[in-house]
Design a protein around this ligand. Structure first.
Ligand code: 2PG
Ligand code: MG
Length: 432
């Protein structure tokens, strides 16, 4: 039986220049699996714990303790685990750190081993990662759906230094027939948007935020950003509403304080903010809204779901945690789950959260973090789960583009014999 013979982690940097982990898992046949862990900025309070060193080195953000935990405790534990059973791998990892949020060894440490082992197992079996995850780990047949990208073309909130409270303004290329056509669409709209913004607001508007979207220089209000995007969609030769629909991630916890949401120069209570979202839906081809309220406001999320027909995604509210996802489903506090593997800290638990969401009829959107690396695990995961939606930032900056490029590669590997949901981006997963 194949075994894990060596696990080696090291401290590397993420796309914001902060430390994170790269972990290599070596199997007895010499195969190596590598994983690099991402990191968020607008993190939910119930997320699994990123173990950071503290002190002054790297502003306290070093991960040498997490690295050490991988190289000692986890390397030891994994020596006797079957790397071809992701369930056993993750059960052993969770047993090694049963603390709440995996804070003892660090969810960043644990996740790096969980992901790298899956990568190694796929290589060992001479399978592509998406194929391995789908057929061997999730246990579904080899029928593949590529995702519609939710591409964040204007950054705000904690991801950019502008006046926009809303964190992400996204485009979804739903008129495309295939994934490559969809990617081409977001690239064309992105570049058209950049030229428009420079023409209107000057060269400062050329700069980008943490996820490669424009920094929003000159934009004062939520509506201005959406107007610019709709204009760019048209100018690029696409039809807003038919070819491209819009999405936002409000990441509303970041502008919520003492019961009020500070946005567009106003202080709104939850019902006024809900009215604002409904008004945006009436004015723009807005089809998906993420984290519209504070991360503990289950009731306000549920109010929104009652009032709208569009996709309401829970991110900070559910933090990819199976138990919290169950609560949100019970309280009807959304209709789609944002899935970030590092929020929960293991591949198996992330897959479980997705399954719980799908079983309840909720959509699932696999997502990057604002602090990323070149790792493309999430592209394979979205194809393996057949979520039909992936959020990976603008079609710019290598940390974002690598994910989109991996999907191009998967499309090629499959000879184009895979689905693309297009306008059925909220429901097509049911066929896979
Ligand atoms: C989000 C993410 C990713 P962060 O809120 O959805 O876009 O941001 O990684 O900073 O939490
Ligand atoms: Mg979010």
């Amino acid at each position: 039986m194949v075994k894990i013979t060596r696990i080696r982690a090291l401290e590397i940097l993420d796309s914001r220049g902060n430390p994170t982990l790269m972990t290599k898992v070596t199997l007895s046949d010499g195969v190596i699996g590598v994983a690099k862990v991402p990191s968020g900025a607008s993190t939910g309070i119930h997320e699994a714990v990123e173990l950071r060193d503290g002190g002054t080195r790297y502003g306290g953000k070093g991960v040498t303790h997490a690295v050490k935990n991988v190289n000692t405790v986890l390397a030891e534990v994994m020596g006797s685990v079957n790397p071809l059973s992701q369930k056993d791998v993750d059960e052993s990892l969770l047993k090694a750190d049963p603390s709440k949020g995996k804070g003892k060894l660090g969810a960043n440490a644990i996740l790096s081993v969980s992901m790298a082992t899956a990568v190694a197992a796929a290589v060992h079996l001479k399978m592509e990662l998406f194929e391995y995850l789908r057929t061997k780990v999730i246990g579904k047949n080899a029928k593949y759906l590529l995702p519609v990208p939710l591409s964040n073309v204007i950054n705000g909130g904690e991801h950019a230094g502008n006046e926009l409270a809303i964190q992400e303004f996204k485009i979804l290329p739903i008129g495309a027939k295939t994934y490559p056509e969809g990617l081409r669409c977001i690239s064309e709209v992105y570049h058209t948007l950049g030229k428009r913004m420079i023409k209107r607001y000057g060269r400062m508007a050329k700069h980008v935020g943490d996820e490669g979207g424009y920094c929003g220089y000159g934009l004062k209000h939520t509506k201005n950003a959406l107007e610019e995007i709709v204009g760019a969609v048209e100018e690029a030769g696409y039809s807003p509403g038919r070819d491209v629909v819009l999405g936002i991630d409000a990441a509303a916890s970041a502008f919520f304080k003492e019961g009020k949401y500070t946005i567009d120069g106003k202080k709104l209570d939850a019902s006024e903010l809900l009215e604002m979202y409904l008004d945006l839906e009436r004015t723009f081809p807005l089809q998906t809204v993420e984290d519209p309220f504070d991360e503990e406001a289950f009731g306000d999320f549920a109010e929104y779901v009652k009032e709208t027909k569009i996709q309401v995604i829970t991110d900070d509210l559910t933090v990819s945690n199976p138990e919290i996802v169950k609560r949100a489903i019970k309280e009807k506090a959304g209709n789609a789950l944002l899935l970030k593997v590092n929020q929960i800290g293991s591949v198996t638990e992330a897959i479980e959260a997705a399954k719980i969401a799908n079983d309840a009829g909720w959509g699932v959107v696999v997502s990057h973090r604002s602090g990323e690396t070149g790792d493309t695990f999430i592209s394979d995961l979205s194809v393996a789960l057949g979520t039909g939606q992936l959020k990976s930032g603008a079609p710019a900056r290598t940390d974002r583009v690598e994910k989109y490029n991996r999907l191009l590669e998967i499309y090629d590997l499959l000879d184009g014999k895979c689905g693309y949901p297009g306008s059925k981006f909220r429901t097509d997963w049911r066929n896979y």
